[in-house]
Design a protein around this ligand. Structure first.
Ligand SMILES: NC(=O)c1ccc[n+]([C@@H]2O[C@H](COP(=O)([O-])OP(=O)(O)OC[C@H]3O[C@@H](n4cnc5c(N)ncnc54)[C@H](O)[C@@H]3O)[C@@H](O)[C@H]2O)c1
Length: 187
């Protein structure tokens, strides 16, 4: 709740005149969850058109329904079910969004998972999950959208990181490593 409050405050205080987001197509991952849902609703208010992606179909569709309700039209958002641990889902997602909208103005890689524990306490599956969703999926998404953005000479990529990328936290070593990797992957 505290993180959402901070995010909400940051979005609320974002200078409105600085970027015109009207009609921008945003591919937003993790849209079914806390921060993702908040971002979807905020960006829709700023005039963005949202391609909302999540592995959890029902909460993601709920987010889209909330955007429709808020904006009072059904073109404001569309739901896509994709498991970001699956390479085929990631490339399929980008392809489908491009087919549906023609282009992607902003990739907002927000989906993230946290698995607590020291390295020796995590199973290989837990380690894979954190690194795959938080780091690998973001890099593959960027790899998939970048050629289209470069062809249009337009586009933005935003990946949600964490303070743990900078300040190591005890017991969240995999999560911290994934977020630190994201920072290093930024170009
Ligand atoms: N909440 C915090 O305190 C906090 C602090 C710093 C950074 N963050 C970062 O903010 C982002 C959002 O966090 P949140 O608190 O809203 O998380 P959340 O758990 O509420 O939501 C994450 C969303 O990602 C989706 N997701 C998980 N695995 C997926 C997969 N394999 N494929 C597709 N979607 C998947 C979930 O279904 C969920 O809807 C994350 O990247 C997180 O690391 C959160």
């Amino acid at each position: 709740a505290a993180a959402l409050a901070v995010a909400s405050l940051a979005l609320w205080s974002w200078p409105r005149g600085s970027h015109n987001l009207q009609g921008k197509v945003v591919l937003l991952t993790g849209a079914g969850g806390g921060l993702g849902r908040l971002l979807a609703l905020h960006l829709a208010r700023r005039g963005c058109v949202l391609a909302c992606a999540d592995v959890a179909a029902e909460p993601n569709e709920e987010t889209v329904a909330l955007v429709h309700q808020q904006q009072q039209h059904k073109q404001a958002a569309r739901a896509y079910t994709a498991d970001l641990t699956e390479r085929a889902d990631i490339y399929g997602l980008v392809q489908k969004v491009l087919e549906d909208f023609g282009h992607i103005d902003i990739l907002l890689s927000n989906a993230g998972v946290i698995q607590g524990g020291a390295l020796w306490e995590l199973s290989d599956a837990q380690l894979d999950l954190v690194l795959d969703v938080n780091l690998r999926a973001t890099m593959l998404l960027v790899k998939a959208v970048l050629p289209h953005m470069r062809a249009r000479a337009e586009g933005h990529v935003v990946a949600v990181s964490s303070s743990t990328a900078l300040v190591p936290g005890r017991g969240i070593v995999a999560y911290a490593a994934s977020k630190a990797g994201l920072s290093r992957a930024a170009m």
